[in-house]
Design a protein around this ligand. Structure first.
Ligand code: FAD
Length: 321
């Protein structure tokens, strides 16, 4: 195997997104004895060059312009076109994130590439990669392979292991300038709604509340538990519809898809549309006072009881650790 692989990375503030390192790790496997190139963007990107090298990047395209600090479709599109023209890759990998969902189809269409989105697994038939992705809200999987020469894949966060390959690495850095872009829209304001909590899509632990939490204040014990175990807080649409929390926390078919190591569902019945967002969670714990709740059919561990008694007990126990 000898491929040229380009990984398009993303920043979240000053941090490199975990899914980007996951992309570099799987990209290295696809490159084989070929070249792995990572592209990084923004004024805070350069400190991450070494980590990219440690995970397998041979070269890094560094776009250090502050222009990339806020996502803008036209600016990123132009830079990705530039990165692709510069590298002429056989494989392009990006995270299956909101921004990449926006720009990836535009790129694929511009270059006439095939695009496989939301890939959770790659199998190899000999040298040929076969891409596995969930369909029908996670009830089935399809396997796809490319007929186009260049393969463009977006990967679901938390499904590939980010593995450092070497202790220190100094990949070749290729500085790139942002080209001039004729902006068709401009960002007027960015209104931050997040509290700076852990990103749901990349969280290793998620504590989620449903309609059973009964009020906005009902989220308090969940937030305490999440803080103690280093998790993010999520919600069912039931909780969002009731106005207990922001729709930004919604998990499920029409919300975010999460793939944590541990998902704790509190007062969530387990409707199919909710389960669609958690089907790849490694371990699911359900707390529900109804022993017949469907969530118990997919949970690895279940606690039948009142969440307002059980969640604080869990928090207390974890605090002792
Ligand atoms: P409920 O179904 O009302 O369940 C509440 C649960 O809390 C019950 O099981 C009850 O036993 C339990 N409970 C109550 N009090 C306590 C207590 N004190 N302690 C312990 N347990 C308690 N839903 C999503 O979540 N995400 C989606 O993305 C989504 N997309 C949808 C898309 C479409 C097109 C449609 C039609 C629906 C969608 N839904 C989605 C809605 C989904 O069908 C369910 O209505 C929703 O998931 C129910 O939320 P819930 O489990 O919080 O509420």
């Amino acid at each position: 195997m000898n491929r040229k692989v380009l990984v398009i990375t993303e920043m979240k503030g000053a941090a490199l997104r975990q899914v980007s390192l996951e992309g570099v790790s799987i990209g290295k496997k696809m490159a084989g004895s070929g070249t792995l190139i990572a592209a990084v963007f923004g004024s805070q990107a350069s400190p991450h060059v070494e980590a990219l090298g440690e995970h397998g990047a041979d070269q890094v395209l560094l776009f250090p312009d502050a222009l990339f600090d806020a996502y803008h479709s036209d600016i990123y599109y132009q830079a990705f076109v530039q990165a692709i023209q510069e590298t002429n890759p056989d494989v392009i990998i990006a995270g299956h994130t909101a921004n990449m969902k926006d720009v990836a189809p535009r790129i694929a269409s511009r270059f006439g590439y095939g695009l496989v989105t939301d890939c959770t697994h790659v199998e190899f038939e000999g040298d040929e990669p076969v891409y596995v992705r969930p369909i029908y809200a996670g009830k089935a999987f399809e396997k796809k392979r490319f007929t186009s020469d260049t393969m463009f894949v977006t990967i679901r966060p938390n499904n590939f292991k980010a593995e450092p390959l070497r202790e220190r690495a100094t990949p070749e850095v290729i500085p790139c300038e942002a080209g001039s872009v004729d902006l068709r829209t401009v960002i007027r304001d960015i209104v931050l709604k997040s509290t700076g909590a852990i990103d749901l899509a990349e969280a290793k632990i998620v504590v989620s509340g449903g309609r059973g939490i009964k009020s906005k204040d009902g989220f308090q014990p969940l937030q305490e538990l999440a803080a103690v175990i280093g998790g993010a807080v999520g919600a069912s649409r039931g909780a969002c519809d009731e106005g207990y929390c922001d729709y930004g926390l919604q998990i499920g078919q029409t919300g975010k898809v999460v793939t944590p190591d541990l998902y704790i569902a509190c007062g969530i019945s387990g409707a199919i549309q909710h389960v669609a967002g958690i089907s790849n969670a490694k371990t699911i714990i359900a707390i529900n006072k109804d022993p017949e709740a469907p969530i118990f059919q997919i949970a690895d561990y279940g606690v039948v009881g009142d969440l307002f008694e059980i969640v604080p007990l869990l928090t207390e126990e974890f605090r002792k650790k």
